[in-house]
Design a binder for this molecule. Structure first.
Ligand code: NDP
Length: 330
C-alpha cells in the first residue's frame, strides 16, 4: 500500500512510500480496532504544519499524516462497524499522535468514526473535510447565540482559505450578508461567486488597532487569530458573537476586555478535534441536508497522494484557494 510517511530521524521529512500491511500494522499504526480502505483524504492547515514540520504537530517518531479521511471498513474488531460500512473521520489526534488518512489504508479506534452521511458522496465529504466541518461549527455557534440574518453583517476572515471559503458559502446560503476579508486581490470574483456581498482587504484588520472601534459586525467567523481577531472583536456590534477557530496570522490575541465589558460581545472558541460525537453528527447532517453540490465543487481541487506534499507547503504560504482533496488511490 502507498502512504505518506513522516519520519523525525535522521532529520524531519515526509515522503511517499510503499509499505506492506505487516509493516503498516507493526510500525506505523500499531493501535486501533477498525481498518479502513481510504478513498479520499484532504490537506488542512494542520496537515501543512505536520508534513513540513513547521510546528510540532506530530507527536510520534514516525506516522502517516492526514487529519481526516473517508473510506470503507475493510476489517473490524469493533461491534459498531461491519466490513463495507462507509465511514468518515476527522480529529481525535489522527495525523498528530496516531497515523492518519494520507495512505491507502487507515487503522483507527472505531469510537472515532462516524457513518458517512447518506446524502454526501465520498469526495464531497473530503471537499468539506475538517475545514468545512469547522466552518459549520462556527455557523452553529453564531446561530446558537442568536445571531440572525437580519441582525447585520457577518465578517469572515481568511476568506479564500478552506474554513473561510466554506464559511462564506454556508453563511450566505443561510441568508446572512457576508463581508469576506482576504489578502488575495485575484480572488474577489471567486468569493463573490460563493456568496460574499462585500470584499474587505485583510490589511485593514491585520495591524494593531484601537481597543474599541466603530461597531460593525453582528457576527464574525475568524480563521486568522492575532491582531485580526482583536480588531474583529473591537469592531463587533453590541451583543455580537465572534467564533474563533484559527491562527493563520498568529496564535496571539492582543486584545483588551473593552468589547466584552462595554459591548457585551461573546467570543466562542471552536474546536473540531475533540468535539463530541453528537456535535459532529449534527454538523455533518446539516451538510447532507443543505448541500449545494455546485458551490462545493467550485471551491475544491483534487490532487493525487504524491501531490499532498507540495500542497502542504502551499497552504502554509497562504496560496491555497478553498479546499484540496487528496485521492489516495491516484
Ligand atoms: P487555509 O490556509 O486554507 O486558510 C487560511 C487563510 O488565512 C489563507 O487562505 C489566507 O486567506 C489567510 N491568511 C494566511 N496567512 C495570513 C496572515 N499572515 N494574516 C492574515 N490572514 C492570513 O487554512 P484552513 O482554512 O484550513 O485553516 C484556517 C485556520 O483554521 C488555521 O489556522 C487552522 O489551523 C485552523 N483550523 C482550526 C480548526 C479547529 O478545530 N479549531 C479546524 C480547522 C482549521 P486570504 O488570502 O483570503 O486572506
Amino acid at each position: 500500500m502507498k502512504a505518506l510517511r513522516i519520519d523525525k530521524e535522521p532529520t524531519y521529512h515526509c515522503e511517499l512510500v510503499d509499505v506492506t500491511e505487516a509493516v503498516f500494522n507493526d510500525t506505523l499504526s500499531p493501535e486501533g480496532d477498525v481498518w479502513v480502505d481510504v478513498a479520499y483524504s484532504s490537506v488542512n492547515y494542520k496537515d501543512g504544519l505536520a508534513i513540513t514540520g513547521k510546528s510540532p504537530v506530530v507527536r510520534k517518531p514516525t506516522l502517516v499524516p492526514g487529519i481526516d479521511f473517508v473510506g470503507r471498513v475493510r476489517r473490524s474488531e469493533n461491534p459498531l462497524w461491519q466490513v463495507g460500512d462507509e465511514v468518515i473521520l476527522n480529529g481525535w489526534g489522527v495525523g498528530e499522535t496516531h497515523s492518519g488518512g494520507l495512505a491507502q489504508m487507515a487503522r483507527v479506534k472505531g469510537d472515532w468514526l462516524i457513518a458517512k452521511p447518506a446524502g454526501l458522496t465520498a469526495v464531497q465529504t473530503m471537499a468539506i473535510g475538517t475545514a468545512g466541518y469547522t466552518a459549520m461549527l462556527c455557523l452553529m455557534a453564531l446561530q446558537n447565540h442568536g445571531v440572525k440574518p437580519g441582525d447585520g453583517d457577518i465578517l469572515v476572515t481568511g476568506a479564500s482559505g478552506g474554513v473561510g471559503s466554506v464559511a462564506v458559502a454556508l453563511l450566505s446560503q443561510a441568508g446572512y450578508r457576508v463581508v469576506a476579508a482576504t489578502g488575495k486581490a485575484n480572488e474577489h470574483a471567486y468569493l463573490t461567486a460563493l456568496g460574499a456581498a462585500e470584499i474587505m482587504d485583510r490589511a485593514l484588520l491585520s495591524a494593531p488597532g484601537k481597543p474599541l472601534q466603530k461597531e460593525r459586525w453582528a457576527g464574525v467567523v475568524d480563521a486568522v487569530g492575532s491582531h485580526t481577531l482583536a480588531n474583529a472583536c473591537a469592531s463587533a456590534r453590541y451583543g455580537a458573537t465572534v467564533a474563533a477557530c484559527g491562527l493563520a496570522q498568529g496564535m496571539d490575541f492582543p486584545a483588551t476586555v473593552a468589547p466584552f465589558i462595554l459591548r457585551g460581545i461573546t467570543l466562542c472558541g471552536i474546536d473540531s478535534v475533540m468535539a463530541p460525537k453528537a456535535v459532529r453528527e449534527a454538523a455533518w447532517a446539516r451538510f447532507a441536508d443543505t448541500l449545494d453540490a455546485d458551490w462545493l465543487q467550485s471551491l475544491t481541487t483534487v490532487v493525487p497522494l504524491s501531490g499532498a506534499i507540495e500542497t502542504a507547503s502551499q497552504i502554509l504560504r497562504g496560496e491555497v484557494r478553498g479546499r484540496v482533496v487528496v485521492d489516495v488511490n491516484a
